[in-house]
Design a protein around this ligand. Structure first.
Ligand code: SER
Length: 591
């Protein structure tokens, strides 16, 4: 087989599916909007869920795409041969159109045809769902594979654990799948060796999901329309096809590691773990910072994951003995490599570089003293457990994510008292009277608390916009996540730097003034007569809540809000763009 580049693979996939009547659609954002169940887009299927459940897609019922994805559950494994936190996934979609009878022969054709991947038939193995009490054994798929030319011993029946696809949240469209593997020709590691074994004989390249159920609270109901969702990991397929030893041998990583060797004077082969963590993490952070719904490092939600990734990378760079900043040179390679396919990277280049450098400089201020404190704790240790107070201090004062401390401890064969950490975290919340009903989530500050703050910030922002642009301004749209506020409002021009600054200054002044936020219940009529703002008043019942912030703002709103504006930290407009004709969209974060 000849070698294949990323671009060739993607084009080949699109050509094939276009020849089968599919439309190429662009990758969706890495940060799902209006979906509280996940922090990142984890599979090509994710952005298409509404269409898999029956909504009409504007591009039709046969779609194909390459989707940027992030999975961070295995972040500690990054550094081995195969784990990545960011990857691209090729996919094709039948939205209530074709099903197994078409999809399996197409998969076979794409894998084996000379015109496409041209993999010898005997190098392919597949798995199908063995069935359980909810769903029958997938004999249909097995028969179709046989009719394509596979023999019975190339077809394996596997349980739900291996051959069922649903989103991590356990709800939404789902169904049995059939996975395709490249058989490397290695001896079976035991009699039981099959494609579910990770001994390296079978390497997965593609997954056809036959989505025919909707999962809800552990119950499966048949979907009216049957769908197909397939996923082929770009990086992994390149590794298999090109016979590479590890995923870090693909083109982008070779470019990055050459640069890293030059910048550090160290050799990749002699520093595998450090190099791989840096190569993976720089690519992931560039894609998160540069995303069309990009965000900045923070202590909550997706922003916290980004912070962990950047800080972990910085620690590994330091482990290579590098003291100067090399993030920008590395980021530029990523941006340059992907810029044609992901236009947002070039557009957001300044944001990406600034985001990396600011986080680096923040972390640099505390990293050395934090490491000193960690080492001191280690040398004073009785036993093998670092106590929760130390871990919390490292988190709170030195900005060490908990997972980061755990990793440093593991390098010395030590453990961290995570329960003790959580206890301290909670005490701290109680002390600062910011504790709320939400529970501690793996090192994340409480997300509902941040959403509440952003909610109040939205009211202050609207008031400031009115002050700067006149009372005609109203809230056209508003979307809140624990990391940011997105706010749409009518305006006939792009905001100037000065106007942005004015809005920020007004809001921040009201934050500094520590104004009480008063909640009252009243009839809708009284509320409107009192002059309360309520763009969406139609959707309220007869009795409404009115939130008043001094003489700054009065809005009909369901809440929740903070009790005093002093609970907020200063805000900044990080992005301003057109949302539609005559409507501007700003993204606002609290520092
Ligand atoms: N959703 C399936 C996967 O991610 C197929 O695209 O593997």
């Amino acid at each position: 087989m000849k070698t294949l580049t990323r671009k060739e693979l993607i084009n080949m996939y699109f050509d094939f599916f276009e020849s089968k009547g599919h439309k190429v659609i662009p990758s969706a954002s890495l940060i799902p909007e209006n979906d509280g169940t996940v922090l990142f887009t984890t599979a090509g299927m994710h952005p298409l869920v509404p269409y898999l459940l029956g909504e009409t897609h504007p591009s039709g019922r046969r779609l194909t795409d390459v989707q940027k994805c992030i999975r961070t559950s295995d972040i500690e494994s990054v550094g081995d041969n195969s784990h990545l936190t960011f990857f691209e996934m090729l996919g094709n979609w039948s939205l209530g159109d074709y099903f197994k009878e078409e999809m399996i022969p197409w998969s076979y054709e794409f894998l084996t045809s000379e015109k496409y991947l041209n993999i010898p038939t005997d190098k392919i193995s597949v798995s199908v769902f063995e069935g359980n009490e909810d769903v029958e054994r997938d004999n249909v798929s097995a028969e179709i594979w046989e009719s394509c030319g596979l023999t019975k011993n190339q077809i394996f029946y596997l349980p739900k654990k291996n051959n069922w696809w649903e989103l991590g949240s356990g709800s939404g469209p789902c169904g049995p799948d059939s996975e395709m593997f490249f058989d490397t020709g290695k001896e079976k590691c035991s009699d039981k060796c099959d494609p579910s074994c990770d001994c390296g004989k079978y390497l997965e390249i593609w997954n056809d999901v036959f989505m025919q159920y909707k999962a809800e609270n552990g119950k499966y109901t048949p979907l009216e329309h049957k769908n197909v969702d397939t996923g082929m990991g770009v990086e992994r397929t390149l590794v298999v096809y090109n016979g590479l030893k590890s995923v870090y041998d693909i083109e982008i990583f070779v470019l990055l590691r050459n640069k890293l060797e030059e910048l550090t004077n160290k050799k990749y082969e002699e520093n595998l773990k450090e190099f791989r963590v840096i190569l993976d993490h720089i690519r992931t952070s560039v894609f998160i910072l540069g995303d069309e719904h990009g965000l900045l490092p923070s202590n909550v939600g997706a922003g916290y994951i980004l912070r962990r990734i950047i800080r972990r990378m910085i620690r590994y760079i330091k482990n290579l003995g590098v003291e100067n900043s090399i993030l920008e040179s590395l980021a530029n390679i990523v941006i340059d490599y992907y810029k044609d396919d992901y236009k947002e990277l070039l557009k957001n280049k300044d944001i990406i570089i600034k985001g990396l450098l600011e986080e680096e400089s923040k972390f640099n201020k505390t990293l050395n003293s934090g490491v000193k404190m960690f080492n001191k704790a280690v040398s004073n240790l009785n036993g093998d457990m670092i106590d929760g107070t130390t871990a919390f201090k490292l988190f709170d004062t030195f900005g060490f994510p908990l997972e980061f401390t755990i990793e440093m401890a593991e390098e010395k064969n030590l453990k961290v008292d995570t329960e003790g950490f959580k206890q301290k975290f909670k005490e701290h919340q109680d002390l600062s009277r910011t504790a709320s009903a939400g529970e501690f989530k793996g090192g994340l500050a409480d997300t509902s608390e941040m959403s509440t703050k952003y909610h109040t910030l939205a009211h202050l922002t609207l008031a400031a916009l009115k002050e700067v642009f006149g009372s005609n301004v109203y809230q056209k749209g508003c979307n809140i996540t624990p990391e940011r506020l997105r706010f749409d409002f009518p305006l006939d021009h792009k905001m100037t730097e000065e106007e942005k600054k004015q809005v920020e200054d007004i809001v921040n002044k009201h934050i500094d003034e520590k104004i009480d936020v008063i909640k009252e219940e009243m009839s809708k009529e009284d509320a409107i007569n009192s002059g309360a703002e309520g763009t969406f008043s139609d959707k309220y019942g007869d009795s409404v809540f009115v939130y008043t912030i001094g003489n700054v703002s009065k809005e009909i709103c369901g809440g929740p809000h903070v009790k005093n504006t002093g609970e907020l930290t200063h805000m900044k407009i990080i992005k301003e763009e057109s949302s539609s004709a005559g409507v501007r969209r700003i993204k606002v974060v609290m520092e």
